[in-house]
Design a protein around this ligand. Sequence first.
Ligand SMILES: Cc1ncc(COP(=O)(O)O)c(C=O)c1O
Length: 444
Amino acid sequence: MAYNDFSMDNHWLPFTPNRHFRKDPRIFVGAQGMHFTTHDGRQVIDGVSSLWCVGAGHARAPINEAIKKQLDTLDYATAFQASNDKAFQAAEMIAAMAPGDLNKVLFCNSGSEAADTSLKVALAYHRARGEGHRNVFIGRERGYHGVGFGGMSVGGIPANRKVYGGALLPRVDHMRFIHDPVDNAYIHNQEPVWKEDPLVELETRILPLHDPSNVAAIIVEPVAGSAGWYLPPKGYLQRLREICDKHGILLIFDEVITGFGRMGTNFGADFYGVVPDMLNFAKCVTNGVIPLGGVICRDKLYDTMMKTDAPEHVVEFFHGYTYSGHPVACAAAIATLNLFKEENLFVRAGEMGKVLGDAFHSTLKGLPNVIGIRSLGLAAAVELAPIAGAPGKRAYDIFLDCYHTGSLVRPAGDVLVIAPPYIVEKSHIDTLVNTLADAIRAKA
Ligand SMILES: Cc1ncc(COP(=O)(O)O)c(C=O)c1O
């Protein structure tokens, strides 16, 4: 099949420069394991797990079989006032994997919906316990929590926000970004250690400004993924937990990227040894093959919401989606989580992360325009000096070069990220990193 077998006129691509795409289309028509087949019959290595989703690699038979079987058994069932067996089973598995008393799973369909769901739970919970005045949310500069109005408001990526000004939530503030380009430009499979405490600003400026008693929740990605794999300073998440506890503020971890194995552990929460009050997930939970997201809540949130004087026929939380806990998506999740366990893929992700980090630092450090490299978990990022007056162009051109030579990498501003499926072999890593190195040199 060639792309000119179909019209290019109707599909408006998300988060893509559409005008340029029409001149240089990149269209996948098949995938197996670590590789895509393109419309022009080439093989391309999936160096980014297809937006961080495909942890177990492409076309995994147990997941596909589970989906087919579910379609023939219970294709769909109403999500409100009734449910389905697979939703309960998937929730039980997810809760068992989550740390602490994160036990109650609210399903949705995406990371964006998970972000908005978690913010709504925070408001509803505080109101249920008589603190409805807590309505300030705090996110972080360069954080990404999807594209709903809630997630966009607490998110901190300027390009995603600038057009929507007055439509963003009003009572939101942002903590400073967690990148230190001077002392911690190069991070090699370790947590960055900062001389200063980046959370002083939260304690001495942001919280006093709003008064901590008005703050509903703080939401962060344990590692800032979409912005370009920015790692929290050592001790940062623990300190954030302490500050939230001190002031009765809920802590939300957005683990849409770090959840289900990327850090070599079940969740980023396990990697950093910090239990949030809510944990948002999506992507890898179904290996990306079918949309599913969710928010795992601590028992106290659910218990508080159930402790209502309203009669038993009254809904406790007015929120949900037609496809919350879709049986086919939950069947895919059950099969995916079983496969991760059977193949011990999270441990493998941790091991291969070290191989990836070593390859990044030994191959890319010192190349033209490279101003930083960060590796931790099974992901690594190389930061490039922007072209004057054309931010993002250098990384975009390098991404195109890599694609045309058979490697899919991910541009984020002037950063390039590689985050392969957990089944990745050293030979794939060598190909990905060498391709990236050649492209960086070619665009010097
Ligand atoms: C941390 C985080 N939260 C939320 C989202 C949004 O997820 P979705 O695109 O499924 O809405 C993403 C997507 O990359 C993400 O990385």
